[in-house]
Design a protein around this ligand. Structure first.
Ligand code: UDP
Ligand code: MG
Length: 321
């Protein structure tokens, strides 16, 4: 039997919730061979979202859970809380505002059945303001695809399905839920993109504006660093260090040659200080890389994090304990 958890962060969405729950029930109740639950996370809502959730849990206790956070921690933290409190091995993230359509879920489940680990929703007809939302999001998608090497049309779309295995070992900080696909790719997840519906907001208002794009770009640095260099930081720091030192040496060589040919002073040229500065910077950078290597070892060993991920193991039954 397949086990599905739909995880939904909720911040001031009281009017949408009953309709949303109905839509989910409609989409899932006809699915054969499926155990499912919806985990709502109330992210410190100021309206009566929590009361609405209480009544949803009362009406449909078999399929509904609600987690109430003590204050507003932000969408990413709410999602993390929901995942921690969910039980399914397939996790689908969804927004509470009815902009995503639960009717897309069965199609995504089908893709999961075909063996994909991540099914990424793509809002082809996005219904949001063009200049403050759609345009920055296009640029962000392009930038994230370029930097991480994982090409998706719509990182910002919450509606995505994940196999639980590809989510473990990844803590969500800041605005980072949108980077889960990039991370999942780095642990070897099989990924596919599907087109999903998108509706304009009917109740309440969006919680975001342009400032989020800035946060997303800053997060991108962290994610790129973590994905590409978290295991071998010396490659980044040492590489930078060696390049700087090579540059410094070349400048020095240029000064020496000039001295021999033209008799110009080496030490009185501004290039001399530049060369010295680059040398020191490069040396420092290599030392920083070594410290980072120490940190990485503490990180992996303290948390017993493996440096690899296993899809499956084939072994005779007698081997398994
Ligand atoms: N949300 C949340 N905590 C927050 C902000 C938003 O849990 O601090 C939830 C919100 O209730 C919604 C989802 O995150 O379910 C996406 O928010 P919103 O619709 O405002 O974002 P947009 O769709 O405009 O990007
Ligand atoms: Mg929305």
């Amino acid at each position: 039997m397949r086990r599905l958890s739909v995880v939904i962060p909720v911040y001031n969405e009281a009017e949408s919730l009953p309709l949303l729950h109905q839509a989910i029930q409609q989409a899932l109740c006809t699915q054969p061979d499926l155990w499912w639950e919806v985990v709502y996370v109330d992210d410190g809502s100021l309206d009566n979202s929590m009361q609405v959730l209480e009544s949803l849990v009362k009406d449909d206790p078999e399929h509904t859970r609600a987690v109430e956070l003590r204050r507003n921690f932000g969408q990413t933290a709410a999602i993390a809380a929901g995942i921690d409190h969910s039980q399914g091995e397939i996790i689908i993230l969804l927004d509470a505002d009815l902009q995503n359509d639960p009717a897309d879920i069965p199609m995504m489940l089908e893709k999961m059945d075909q063996g994909y680990d991540v099914v990424s929703g793509w809002r082809v007809n996005r219904q949001d303001k063009f200049f403050t939302r759609v345009l920055p999001s296009r640029l962000a998608n392009w930038l994230i695809s370029f930097v991480t090497g994982v090409h998706l049309h719509d990182y910002g779309c919450t509606l995505k399905a994940y196999r639980r295995e590809v989510l473990t070992g990844f803590r969500l900080y800041g605005e980072m839920h949108r980077f889960i696909p990039a991370y999942a790719h780095s642990v070897g997840a099989r990924m596919i993109e599907v087109q999903v519906n998108h509706h304009p907001r009917r109740f309440g208002r969006t919680k975001y504006g342009l400032t989020r794009t800035l946060k997303v770009i800053l997060d991108l640095f962290t994610v790129k660093f973590l994905i590409s260099f978290a295991n071998k930081p010396i490659y980044l720091f040492g590489g930078t260090g060696i390049s700087l030192m090579a540059f410094s040496m070349m400048t020095l060589l240029f000064l020496l040659v000039r001295r021999l040919w033209l008799g110009t002073s080496v030490t009185r040229s501004p290039f001399f200080s530049i060369s010295a500065m680059f040398f020191i910077l490069g040396f420092q950078s290599i030392l920083m890389g070594l410290i980072a290597e120490l940190l990485v070892r503490t990180y992996h060993e303290a948390q017993q994090k493996p440096t690899y991920t296993v899809r499956r193991v084939l072994a005779p039954a007698s081997d398994q304990t």
